[in-house]
Ligand binder design. Structure first.
Ligand code: SAH
Ligand code: DHB
Ligand code: MG
Length: 222
């Protein structure tokens, strides 16, 4: 099969799974539409990946979720919907404009009570969380600037308990991690290697297909 055929097949497989398991709704459509209108980059998780994140939160029995990289709140809506009534999440976002769009999308979803967005550089906000002696998070989703992934992993390890789950998005990036040619790919590769080797973690990189291949790193804290 040539590359175009393969890409088309990947698209069809993703659509097949999406039809079965990841139906959209007005709230999610509106969040994507308003994010687009506000000029945000269209780099949210896919419907299927959002569904997977939801399942992971449910399987972990999570009550406290931390997200690094809010964008327009599309993934945050998935997380917040998966949380029990007494659950809550904090999402970190450096861009004031992104955070504003996300707050509106989350408000419309009726989830404002469950989602706190903190604006600033996640490197600093994570240091604040560590300093503040926050209760441990049950799930941490790393999805901001890729160069900081190794640092975000270090910080995450100080904000979890045994049994917590640490997730990293975009950890295959079209296969560029196989032979990194730039800082982004190098940092992503280092992130995956550290998760593989760290004796405190047990993990896997799950390749995810859409039009292109990317991946989600999933790790459990021992
Ligand atoms: N999780 C979102 C997508 C996040 S895209 C979803 O799937 O819906 C990555 C986001 O990280 C962008 O909004 C970007 O502004 C933010 N970001 C980039 N660098 C950051 C940093 N240093 N600290 C916090 N957020 C950052
Ligand atoms: C990019 C970032 C993401 O978080 C993502 O899911 C896809 C792409 C990017 O920076 O290109
Ligand atoms: Mg991402």
């Amino acid at each position: 099969m040539n590359t175009d055929d393969t890409r088309e097949l990947l698209r069809e497989i993703d659509a097949y799974v999406e039809d079965l398991f990841s139906p959209s709704d007005e709230v999610l459509e509106a969040a994507l539409r308003d994010s687009r209108r506000a000029g945000l980059p269209e780099i949210n998780v896919s419907p299927n990946e959002g569904r997977l994140l939801q399942l992971l939160v449910e399987m972990a029995g999570a009550r406290r979720v931390l997200e690094i990289g809010t964008l327009g709140g599309y993934s945050a809506i998935h997380f917040a919907r998966a949380l029990p009534d007494e659950g809550a999440m904090i999402s970190l976002e450096i861009d004031e404009h992104h955070a504003g769009v996300a707050r509106n999308n989350i408000e419309r979803a009726g989830l404002s009570e469950k989602v706190e967005i903190r604006v600033g550089d996640a490197n600093e906000l994570l240091a604040d969380l560590i300093e503040d002696d926050e209760d441990p998070f049950d799930v941490i989703f790393i999805d901001a600037d890729k160069e900081s992934y190794p640092g975000y992993l270090d910080a995450s390890l100080r904000l979890v308990r045994p049994g917590s789950v640490i997730l990293g998005d975009n950890t295959i990036r079209g296969g560029t991690v196989l032979d990194p040619q730039d800082a982004t790919a190098r940092a992503t590769r280092e992130f995956n290697e550290r998760i593989a080797r760290d004796p405190r973690l047990s993990g896997i990189v799950l390749p995810l297909i859409r039009e292109r291949i990317d991946g989600l790193t999933i790790a459990r804290v021992l």
